[in-house]
Ligand binder design. Structure first.
Ligand code: ATP
Ligand code: MG
Length: 444
């Protein structure tokens, strides 16, 4: 027996019932992004590996152990399946001179990302992000806007129980001063550090504050706080952001240990999180990355953005969101039943004539008796079956059989089909006669 093949672990098929919900979700998200002036950009899924090493940082979970990297078999080029979108988006903006030509850019992307993590609920090896990047904006106003955007989307999706955490990472020199104090502190507690932390102690001590190891929480909580090392400018940026958020009535918690898993961030960082998804509670995360574009070879360009995890948001939406947005299986306007060679040819013409006026038509394919075809038509939920057999084919007519309610079956010439069906579907004689008569009877 031939063994069946399975999808790669941690990479999921999204089947039609779910995929329709995804599409509804994406429609809402696209409208929402448009409402803030964001324009779409689509980058390749594969990028040169050095892009991520340089952008995300060598000593990060992503670059150290989560990337799907390989060599191009033809030329040996080192390539990686993108683990996130910011690096590729920044690369594309630089490569195509977007800011030089068009000034600051509000961009968004969506699509699959790849990280070699341990698969579990809310954490996959192929997952999907929607990301927004504002390139060329220096002030706290855009930070505030990016955060307010999130709040509006949760509202539109009917999601509650999502809270905001906020921190400032300051500037590079401020982080350097804090880093020294942090290393001194961590060295004093060396024997309490886990293996990861030992390794990062000198390479990337800030990352240790991001530890998920329960045994190290107390140690991380008591570590020197970046907030105490911020200079006037960073402090003013953060205060101005907070004032804008306060004005908008947003509540948030300052989390001194919020450092994010990517090295390119400075000043503002934020995460939207929920307790309703177990351990994988962060649904959206972002911040400012003023140094990134220059680090990738572009002109110095202040920038900020965020990325949302679609699987996690969809899980929340399904569970507690507004059910009316969730997809229902689409119902065809008509189902075309046909038997016999000439009938089949007429059926094709009939189906195309109705699609021409914008109707959704399911044309029965694969033959079978009228009885079995009508069963399928009924199961599709359609209000009308078109019936085409030898008789109809001979007279170039189409049978129309209402499947819901008690209307009678009728026959119309092919030329009158589109108009007749449109009338029946959209308040033409058929429905109006019934409803209208009732109303008249009552009022006379
Ligand atoms: P985490 O701390 O959960 O690992 P992260 O800091 O690595 O998250 P980011 O790189 O900031 O995550 O990605 C932004 C968002 O993308 C996350 O908040 C999350 O919603 C989603 N995300 C990240 N990794 C995964 C994954 N492996 N599977 C599903 N969603 C993910
Ligand atoms: Mg991660």
């Amino acid at each position: 027996m031939i063994q069946t093949l399975q999808a790669v672990r941690g990479m999921n098929d999204i089947l039609p019932d779910d995929a329709e919900t995804w599409e509804n979700f994406e429609d809402i998200v696209r409208d929402w992004l448009k409402g803030y002036g964001y324009r779409p950009v689509r980058m390749p899924i594969v990028e040169p590996t050095p892009l991520f090493c340089r952008a995300i940082g060598e000593v990060t979970d992503i670059v150290e152990k989560e990337m799907y990297s390989f060599e191009d078999a033809l030329n040996g080029e080192k390539l990686t399946l993108r683990p996130e979108g910011t690096a590729g988006c920044a690369r594309a903006a630089i490569q195509h001179n977007l800011m030089a030509a068009g000034g600051p850019q509000r961009l968004y992307y969506q699509g699959p990302m790849f990280r070699h993590e341990r698969p579990q609920k809310g954490r996959y090896r192929q997952f999907h992000q929607i990301g927004a990047e504002a390139l060329g904006f220096a002030g706290p106003d855009i930070d505030a806007e990016l955060i307010l955007m999130g709040a509006r989307l949760w509202g539109q999706l009917g999601l509650t129980d999502i809270r905001l955490e906020l921190n400032s990472l300051g500037s590079a020199p401020e982080r350097a001063a804090h880093r020294e104090a942090l290393i001194t502190y961590l060295e004093r507690h060396r024997d309490e550090l886990d293996e990861d932390a030992q390794r990062r102690l000198h390479a990337n001590p800030l990352r240790i504050l991001d530890t998920k190891n329960p045994a190290m929480q107390e140690l991380a909580d008591a570590a020197p706080k970046l907030a105490d090392y911020l200079g006037d400018e960073s402090r003013a940026h953060f205060d101005a952001l907070r004032a804008l958020l306060d004005d908008a009535g947003l509540t948030y918690r300052i989390n001194h240990r919020l450092v994010r898993g990517l090295d390119y961030y400075n000043c503002t960082v934020f995460e939207w999180m929920t307790d309703r998804l177990g351990g994988q509670g962060t649904v959206c995360a972002g911040g400012r990355y003023d140094g990134l574009l220059e680090q990738l070879g572009g002109k110095p360009t202040p920038a900020a953005g965020f990325a949302m995890g679609m699987e996690r948001l969809l899980a929340l939406w399904r569970e507690g969101g507004e059910a009316e947005y969730l997809a229902e299986r689409p119902v065809p306007d008509v189902y075309v039943v046909n038997q016999g060679e000439n009938a089949q040819r007429l059926a094709f013409r009939a189906a195309e004539a109705l699609r021409e006026i914008g109707l959704d038509v399911l044309l029965h394919c694969g033959g079978g008796s009228f009885k079995s075809q009508l069963k399928k038509a009924d199961a599709s939920g359609t209000p009308y079956a078109l019936i085409i057999g030898d008789d109809e084919a001979a007279s170039n007519e189409i049978g129309i059989k209402p499947l819901r309610g008690d209307g009678a079956q009728r026959r119309v010439p092919f030329a009158a089909l589109a108009e007749t069906v449109a009338d029946m579907l959209y308040g033409g004689e058929h429905e109006d006669v019934g409803a209208g008569q009732g109303a008249q009877d009552g009022s006379v």
